[in-house]
Design a protein around this ligand. Structure first.
Ligand SMILES: Nc1ncnc2c1ncn2[C@@H]1O[C@H](COP(=O)(O)OP(=O)(O)OP(=O)(O)O)[C@@H](O)[C@H]1O
Length: 597
């Protein structure tokens, strides 16, 4: 009972916050329906008494009409209430779902990036999306049907007590077996859901692969359709096998519970027969009692079904609450004083970082420094830790050791949200939003109204203007074939849109993570050469694994296996004859050979 009252309190809070008007309205209707049901029992008794009086010749036909009309009226009222309630419940369910979605999306967009490295997080997210979000609606229904069944049980119970007080306790006991088995059933359901989440996610992933636009060409080119279908079928078969076992267990439990209730109902009816034979109940009373017992049995069943729904949803709601708590550290991000609007020096000071679940550090004691207005480059081979270091400098990952400092102050001293607002990052794997070209650029800064001039200047600076202006609707063209009138861009054109997005953001510090990977060598050279002019004094960190691109940087850091192994200007590094000069010559030779062939 303790657990039930906690769950009911939680659920009421949830429903109350989402749609209190509808909730109260539904409860009022439930009480009205309960009164109408009790009225029906009493009307049946009155109808039967009038019929018996007529037969015995002691009553008049006219006295039959009033209870019959009353019974008809009450029956109509009950069914109308039922119909209206259905629609109101649907609306309330949607309101509850919306407020839950709001909270879930707050978590998914607010939690630390580290969560997205963990399959556990995705399993929880999946459970929350496919289960926990529908559960609040179930709880709402459970609460309302409980409230209604309780009111109806009291009403019909009172009517029954007026006929014979013995029958009521017997009927109430009838609900107990179902209640006892329902707790066990709810645990089974939750455990099943937890166990099946990874299989379900794999199935959904296989569906996405087989329906995705990007994957479509590779599936055809590699003849993957049958192979992927096979994997999908196997995943489905595993799930169906487990579902069969699970449903058999649940069916056995509910059969036991319902059998228990049915036995109690038979005992109640037997007691009624005994009361009639003993002369303690009149024939009219017995008729009404049978109606009342039927009504009450179904109400008691509804009451316990409501309790069962709440119990069953309870475990999922706890899961949901645990998930929502993940956002608490994210709220911390916007606490603390605002970061200064600029800096003289940004440094990463002996930073170490290991990805969650990984045993190898991705960055080991790396130190870099950027002075205001400088264009600094990080180079290194694939997997050397460049992107990870950039994410640490951007305040997206917190270093395990060491610190990122602005003019000597650890950025953790300020609100992380404000630090991030001073930085524009163009990611290697930037997002291609299925929105207009204009939105794709202006998304770089959504804190102020769209500035068309700035947007066009940014597009021009990134060299994206030509491609966009030749689209059917220019900047208003959706950059996706998913939507009517949409067009797609080439990889290089998309990359320029992403660069324009970074330029559009009015931030003193710009981080470009391999922004030229999809550009041809001339475009890449032009991009870097024009960077200083485009950024107009802003500080830039440029990441590349093409050494020739960044030779004019103010300073170049060379990374290898997570550490900075060399740094200096191009000339200094070439003169040092270390790894930079070796890799630079290797890449240059590869280009020369390519030119000669
Ligand atoms: N999300 C992740 N989870 C676990 N390990 C990761 C993750 N991302 C990168 N790593 C590992 O961290 C190391 C550094 O990766 P990082 O992406 O920083 O290198 P990079 O120098 O930017 O490489 P590239 O030039 O290929 O982009 C690699 O060994 C990589 O396997």
């Amino acid at each position: 009972m303790g657990r039930l009252s906690v769950l009911i309190r939680q659920s009421v809070r949830l429903v109350w916050a989402s749609g209190r008007g509808l909730f109260v309205g539904l409860l009022v209707l439930q009480v009205a329906a309960a009164l109408a049901l009790a009225g029906q029992v009493l009307s049946v008794q009155a109808v039967l008494t009038a019929i018996l009086d007529l037969e015995e010749g002691t009553g008049a036909t006219a006295s039959l009409w009033t209870p019959v009309l009353l019974l008809a009226g009450l029956t109509a009222v009950t069914s109308i209430i039922g119909a209206v309630q259905g629609h109101m419940q649907r609306m309330l369910g949607e309101l509850v779902a919306r407020s839950m979605w709001d909270q879930v999306l707050d978590v998914s967009t607010g939690v630390g990036l580290g969560n997205f490295e963990s399959p556990d997080f995705f399993n929880r997210l999946q459970r929350v999306q496919s289960n926990a979000l529908s559960r609040p609606f179930q709880v709402t229904q459970g609460l309302i049907s409980m409230g209604g069944a309780l009111a109806a049980s009291i009403g019909v119970g009172a009517a029954l007590v007026s006929i014979s007080p013995l029958l009521l306790p017997l009927l109430l006991i009838g609900g107990l077996p179902v209640l006892l088995t329902s707790r066990r059933e709810s645990r089974l359901e939750f455990d099943f859901s937890v166990a099946q989440t990874p299989v379900l996610r794999m199935r959904q992933y296989l569906t996405l692969v087989q329906t995705g636009r990007d994957e479509a060409k590779e599936i055809r080119a590699f003849h993957l359709a049958d192979w992927l279908h096979g994997r999908f079928d196997t995943a489905y078969a595993t799930y169906l096998g487990a579902l069969g076992t699970h449903l058999r267990r649940r069916a056995t439990l509910s059969a036991i519970g319902n059998l228990g209730s049915a036995i109690v109902l038979v005992l109640t009816l037997a007691a009624l027969v005994w009361l009639i034979l003993d002369g303690q109940v009149t024939v009219a009373g017995a008729g009404a009692a049978i109606v009342a017992i039927r009504m009450l049995a179904s109400q008691v069943q509804a009451l316990f079904a409501g309790v069962q729904r709440i119990f069953e949803s309870g475990l999922f709601l706890e899961d949901l609450e645990g998930f929502l708590r993940l956002a608490e550290p994210a709220k911390e991000d916007s606490r603390g004083p605002e970061a200064p609007t600029g800096f003289a020096v940004v440094s990463a000071d002996k930073v170490h970082f290991t990805y969650p679940g990984s045993d190898q550090p991705a960055v080991r004691g790396a130190t870099v420094e950027l002075r205001a207005g400088e264009v600094v480059a990080i180079v290194g081979e694939n997997g050397s830790g460049k992107t990870t270091l950039a994410k640490i400098v951007a305040g997206l990952y917190e270093p395990d050791e060491g610190a990122v400092r602005w003019d000597g102050t650890d950025i953790r001293a300020w609100s992380l949200a404000s630090v991030r607002s001073r930085i524009a990052v163009i990611f290697q794997d930037f997002v291609r939003y299925a929105l207009s070209a204009e939105d794709n650029i202006a998304i770089g800064d959504v804190t102020r109204p769209l500035d068309p001039d700035r947007m066009r200047t940014s597009a021009r600076a990134a060299g994206a203007d030509g491609a966009i202006e030749s689209l059917p609707d220019g900047y208003a063209t959706p950059l996706s074939r998913l939507f009517a009138g949409g067009r797609d861009l080439s990889g290089g054109q998309w990359q320029r849109v992403a660069i324009a997005r970074g330029y559009y953001r009015d931030a003193p510090f710009v981080i470009l993570d391999e922004p030229s990977a999809a550009l041809d060598p001339r475009a890449e050279y032009d991009l870097f050469a024009s960077l200083r002019h485009t950024l107009e004094g802003r500080t830039a960190l440029f990441i590349s694994h093409r050494f020739s691109t960044v030779r004019s940087a103010d300073r170049i850091y060379v990374m290898e296996a997570g550490s900075v192994v060399e740094h200096g200007t191009h000339d200094e590094l070439m003169a040092a004859g270390g790894q930079y000069s070796e890799l630079f010559k290797l890449q240059a030779a590869a280009y020369l050979n390519a030119d000669q062939t």
